[in-house]
Write a protein that binds this ligand. Sequence first.
Ligand code: ADE
Ligand code: ZN
Length: 337
Amino acid sequence: SHLHDFLTGLPKCEHHVHLEGCLTPKLIFELADRNSIKLPDPKDNPAYSSPESLAERYGHFSNLDDFLGFYFTGMSVLISASDFEDLAWEYFKQANADGVHHAEVFFDPQVHVNRGIAYETVVDGFSAACQRAEKEFGMTTKLILCFVKHLPVDDAHRVYNQALESGHFEAGIVHGIGCSSSEVGPPKDMFREIYSSAKSKGIQLTAHAGEEGDPSYISAALEIGSQRIDHGRRLIEDQQLLEYVVKEEIMLTLCPVSNVRLRGVEKIEEVPIRQFLDAGVRFSINSDDPAYFGGFILSNYCAVEDAFGLSIQEWRTIAENSVRGSWIHEERKLELL
Ligand code: ADE
Ligand code: ZN
């Protein structure tokens, strides 16, 4: 539509992108080759015949867990700090081209540590790319350590302690904590202890909730101390909770294209963007796992525009709310507004 140029130039903040979700089929095959990692046998899973067949399979996810199987297999090819750095750098280049001025990005160290990669290797690589984006693009960046709900909570505690011992939080190298992976099934409050400890140390907290799970997953996330909600699409089903979220100015990090690709909704029009705008729910628009869902942040903005035909004023409100909900100092917020 006629607003696409305007949306390209609109200064954007991204708060919901998994760096491992930026791993393209092409890079998966290249790194598997370079690092001698065996991908699944195409006889067992024909999707792994070629980068092209893998990309084609990504067009047919049946739900969150179906996607997560490919996502966790994909990231098994990452070995060295430079693998992690190159992956994040590819993201930052695209984000810069899409008009992102500030990016808060997730990574899944627990999964890497479980397959024998040192926590420090992961953070060294990712943080090197963050520093480069700050220097070359003037972008501000924050790393968010994401715990995963499908692995034992003891693994999360081990990685949390490693992260504390590394001094990364105090040094501002890792800024916040999140949690993701399978939503329905594991206990809603499985990271209560970690969130409570992190809160006492002034570490920022967010959590995936209300993507596939009902609004009780959102209230559980808020109850353990989450300051934002990643996805939160299903907040629309609980009017009382919605009013609380509005009153407390809690930001949702919506990922509309992801919701369609993982079959939470049939089309973008079903994401409750219009209702959230009218009710005054703060939200940002984000890409989630761009290499798996076929689009970075700008294509999410454009898909929302094509579905809802928002006004320029409404887009300015979305951009302003995404600055307000960012984990940055007032000074930087004023620069971005
Ligand atoms: N990990 C990566 N992407 C995710 C998503 N959309 N939901 C939950 N966990 C994820
Ligand atoms: Zn996500």
